[in-house]
Write a new protein. Structure first.
Lengths: 407, 567
């Protein structure tokens, strides 16, 4: 076994050397040529499959790319994006440097940082895609900086997310609009708030948002964690806050919901009054489908909330790289982006700049109805940048150390 | 007779073992190496104990170990106890046969569906609380009570017991064929023993040996289950298996080493649970011997009868109500506390499924049927070999067949995934079928072996004396006579294949979605409407196959009275 693995290892080292070379070749691709090669390919897109709304949107994308470009799209529904990362690693471990099983991954943050660092991605390709010219790289800097890590063209921006709260107006008149106010509210309404258990990304985002609201040194969050002392200093106010909050939460904090949709279900069941989301139109969409009562509205914090961009990337060993690029390019097209922003279909904000679009494309966006519980761009307020991924990793570890076991 | 054996028959036992053991052994080694630091692609080239060091200092890991041990042992003890006492009190009485008839529908409901159904039944915003709210409790909003996902894992234990009781009952039925139960009991009764005491003292001691392996399989499964614990288990910390799954899917890839070490710890944990169980068995046997010798004629006869019947009724009721609630959810538009039924209905979830689900449906059915068929062919070949060479042993070696049920899945599936990648089989139907076969074969074998071994040899002998060669005797006499058990075994295999989650995910590379993988990935998203659709299909398909297995022989043999089921 050992000798087999070392043979594999030498094959792998060779493969690692080859990856950047492939990347350079891809920089100057000829789009017509890519489209021609893409025709007839099957693209296996590994994307989180926990939301019916999003699955339906992806199914629509599948129909479109089939009709327009002859690309067959298969949605591989993941429970966790890291499963796809694990798969690429397993393939690399087994020396499978071509014909991998994944062609496209929905990705951002830690997973991207991890894959980029390990050289598991194909590219750069993203900024050479024809539709990239519409992307709002100036006003939406997160389209090129994924959790402060430069994307370097290894992933193509797909949508914008902003952290926000959903609340039931049947139970709450004036929602708490700051992190300290949330604790105060929980004191008066024990058992009616919770957040998904880290390392779920929404739960971890709540930790980051709370940290931004409490820390003395916000600027520190934009650089990597320097050392233990640095981490302890910057996060010092967060832990007493959580110590105070947990006993006031749903189930006295003994159990935390698994993820965002589970928390949303609790709001629908009337078990909590405040839930969290990463999509401004999430609440409207859920009301439309009967999942949430129509008394639910949304709010953001004074001083703004964290926002980020989510992307699609292509693994280094993808089989249908051309097909994947055609799909990634279609995802950035005004038509696909406008449908995605439509709360009836998904309600995920666009990555495109309105002033870069031709008039007829801009009209698509202007015609979109806004959902009953969706805030206007002005109400959504300031978008705060994500901290460097090292903060998230450390926060999750420290959370696990302190709260991983109850009592 | 040896001349009549074709190559398939001669090689069947060895081929079966190879197919079964290869993925497990390769998978385990693929877990052991990274656990000790060797996985070059992640920069692990030195053998060492770093992963173990990290593992034993991970916050909450020992609580998780304790929780897994407790919930696994408790679930196994509860379900075994219920089944044994129920059989003791009711065997040979109408209630026993009534429960027997409920078995196949109960066995068709997958674990995930039971867990989701119970989550909805028992949570403070769930059905049971709605029945009494607000008229009795005054609750307009659900109370903040820890009824599910409790820190001791009691709700987890309950769900596992609900699912394991029908399974152990099925195994009990098989075990009852091994001992002259009715005879022994009548004998004990004639000495003045009460029915329960007569069964416990007269039948159980010789019967338990045949129940042991299934009970241990339940124990290993319960200590290492992932999907049910994800839904009903506590979270701070979760059970060890859930923790390990989290590490395997952590974006920080260096966690893989610790995950592999954790998988081995899980292996050890299940082994310790088995050792504890066997120790407890010995202790009980000692006490039992003393008790038998004491000559007490009664064993709380009435309370045991009623309590065991109540426990069986409650577990059946929970499974049925949970399933029903998921069925209703699949048609619900808005269904809020404290409404007993949805306020608004819709078929959206079903329509959406109809638009998108065909591929998944066909995968599930195709893989289930092919796997069950291969398993049945291999099983029949092994049994036929054994039938023709009764003294050659061979089937003792086949006890290894139980191995897949006695090794926690999580301990070898990551390694097995690597194996499939090396063979460039990953993500193919072949890989999924092979992986399913590892878990399906033992059940098919268990289900069929009894009937095959108890066939009346005189029919075959008669045919042989009339000059029929062995293959002809097999095709014309034995197989037709065995049609019913063969079809039931196929149905069991199909149901087991339908329920596979981890095996499908690891071998299928996510490219072979089935109803079960879709249901679990949707369970992560929490939309009960869609989960309801998948849960329903997941249960209805095996049930339909079970029903076919009953109907086909009844139709084929409607003119042959001796081959009909006796009532």
């Amino acid at each position: 076994m050992r000798s087999v693995l070392s043979v594999l290892f030498s094959v792998l080292s060779l493969a690692v050397l080859l990856v950047p070379a492939q990347g350079r070749a891809a920089e100057a691709f000829d789009w017509q040529n890519v489209k021609a090669k893409a025709r007839g390919q099957t693209v296996y897109w590994n994307a989180w499959g926990g939301s019916e709304t999003i699955n339906d949107y992806i199914a629509w994308v599948g129909q479109q790319v089939k009709q327009r470009f002859g690309v067959t799209l298969r949605h591989v529904k993941l429970t966790d994006t890291a499963d796809a990362v694990a798969r690429v690693i397993a393939e690399k471990a087994a020396g499978k440097t071509a014909d991998g099983s994944i062609d496209l991954i929905w990705i951002n943050g830690e997973n991207f940082a991890s894959m980029k660092e390990k050289g598991l991605l194909f590219g750069p390709f993203a900024e050479s895609l024809p539709n990239f010219k519409y992307v709002d790289v100036e006003n939406k800097p997160t389209t090129r900086n994924d959790f402060t890590v430069p994307t370097d063209g290894l992933e193509a921006p797909w949508g914008m997310a902003q952290f926000l709260f959903m609340y039931d107006t049947a139970a709450i008149e004036t929602p708490p609009r700051s992190i300290p106010a949330l604790l105060e509210w929980a004191r008066n309404n024990p058992g009616r708030f919770s957040y998904p258990q880290p390392p779920d990304f929404l739960g971890s985002t709540f930790l980051k948002q709370a940290l931004i609201g409490l820390t003395e040194d916000r600027a520190a969050l934009q650089r990597p964690v320097a050392d233990d002392a640095d981490f302890a200093r910057v996060t010092a106010p967060l832990w007493p806050y959580l110590d105070a909050l947990h006993p006031l939460m749903w189930r006295k904090g003994a159990v935390l919901p698994k993820n965002g949709p589970a928390l949303k279900q609790l709001l629908g069941d009337g078990e909590v009054d405040i839930a969290l989301s990463f999509h401004p139109a999430d609440a409207s969409n859920a009301i439309e489908k009967g999942e949430l009562p129509d008394t639910v509205r949304t709010f953001v914090l004074e001083g703004g909330t964290i926002g980020n961009t989510h992307f699609v990337a292509i693994p280094f060993n993808a089989r249908a790289k051309e097909g994947a690029m055609v799909v990634a390019n279609f995802l950035m097209s005004p038509e696909a982006q406008a449908r995605k922003q439509d709360a009836r279909y998904w309600g995920d904000s666009t990555v495109l700049a309105m002033d870069k679009l031709p008039p007829d494309a801009r009209a698509l966006f202007e015609a979109l109805p806004r959902g009953i519980a969706t805030l206007s761009p002005a109400e959504l307020g300031k978008v705060l940048p994500e901290p460097h991924p090292s903060w998230m990793t450390r926060l999750e570890a420290e959370w696990q150390r302190r709260y991983g076991q109850n009592g | 007779m040896v001349k009549g054996d074709g190559p398939l028959l001669r090689w069947a036992p060895r081929l079966t073992l190879l197919l079964l053991l290869f993925p497990i052994v390769a998978g385990l080694s693929g877990t052991v190496l990274p656990a000790f630091g060797y996985l070059p692609v992640l920069g692990g080239e030195r053998i060492g104990l770093d992963a173990w060091h990290r593992l034993i200092h991970w916050p909450g890991v020992w609580r998780a170990v304790a929780l897994s041990l407790f919930s696994g042992l408790a679930a196994t003890a509860v379900s075994t106890l219920v089944v044994v006492l129920f059989t003791a009190a009711w065997h040979g009485r109408p209630a026993f046969r009534r429960f027997q008839r409920l078995l196949s529908p109960l066995l068709s409901v997958p674990h995930v569906t039971v867990a989701l159904g119970m989550l909805f039944l028992l949570s403070p915003s769930g059905w049971l609380f709605r029945i009494v709210s607000p008229w009795l409790t005054g609750w307009q909003r659900p109370p903040d009570l820890l009824t599910v996902q409790d820190g001791w894992g009691l709700s987890l234990v309950a769900a596992l017991a609900v699912k394991e009781i029908p399974y152990l009952f099925l195994m009990m039925l098989a075990a009852l064929n091994h001992v002259p139960a009715a005879h022994l009991r009548v004998l004990a009764r004639s000495f003045g023993y009460g029915p329960v005491a007569a069964w416990l003292k007269g039948v159980l001691p010789s019967l338990y040996a045949h129940l042991r392996l299934p009970v241990l399989a339940v124990l290993v499964f319960s200590t290492s289950v992932v999907d049910v614990s994800l839904i009903l288990g506590p979270t701070r910390p979760p059970t060890l298996a859930v923790m390990i799954m989290g590490w395997f899917s952590d974006p920080d890839l260096s966690m893989r080493f610790m995950a592999s070490a954790g998988a081995l710890l899980q292996f050890a944990l299940s082994a310790v649970a088995v050792a504890l169980w066997l120790g407890m068995e010995r202790l009980l046997a000692h006490i039992g011997r003393w008790w038998i010798a004491s000559g007490h004629r009664r064993f709380a006869e009435k309370p045991v009868s009623w309590l065991s019947a109540a426990a069986v009724a409650a577990s059946t009721g929970l499974a049925v109500a949970g399933f029903l609630s998921m069925a209703i959810w699949s048609f619900a538009r808005s269904w809020r506390f404290p409404d007993l039924l949805p306020a608004r209905w819709t078929a959206d979830a079903w329509i959406r499924y109809g638009n998108a689900g065909n591929w998944v449906f066909l995968n599930s059915v195709g893989i289930g049927l092919i796997t069950a068929l291969i398993a049945a062919i291999l099983t029949i070949a092994c049994l036929e070999y054994e039938f023709r060479h009764p003294r050659k042993g061979g089937y003792n070696g086949l006890y290894v067949l139980y191995l897949p049920l006695l090794v926690p899945q999580i301990a070898f599936l990551f390694g097995a995934q690597m194996l499939f990648v090396v063979l460039t089989l990953d993500g193919s139907w072949l890989a999924v079928i092979w992986m399913h076969l590892v878990f399906v074969l033992p059940y098919v074998f268990l289900s069929l072996a009894e009937a095959w071994r108890r066939q009346d040899r005189r029919y075959s002998l008669t045919a042989a004396t009339l000059g029929a060669p062995p293959w002809r005797v097999f095709w014309r006499i034995r197989l037709p006579m065995m049609l019913r058990p063969v079809l039931i075994a196929l149905a069991v295999g199909f149901a087991v294949s339908m329920g596979q989650y981890l095996a499908t995910v690891f071998a299928g590379a996510g490219r072979v979605p089935t109803l079960t993988t879709e249901a679990v990935s949707l369970a992560a998203g929490g939309n009960r409407r869609t989960i309801g659709v998948y849960a329903l299909l997941q249960a209805v398909l095996p049930f339909a196959v079970f029903a076919l297995a009953q109907i086909v022989p009844a139709l084929l043999y409607r003119r042959r009275r001796a081959m009909q089921v006796s009532r």
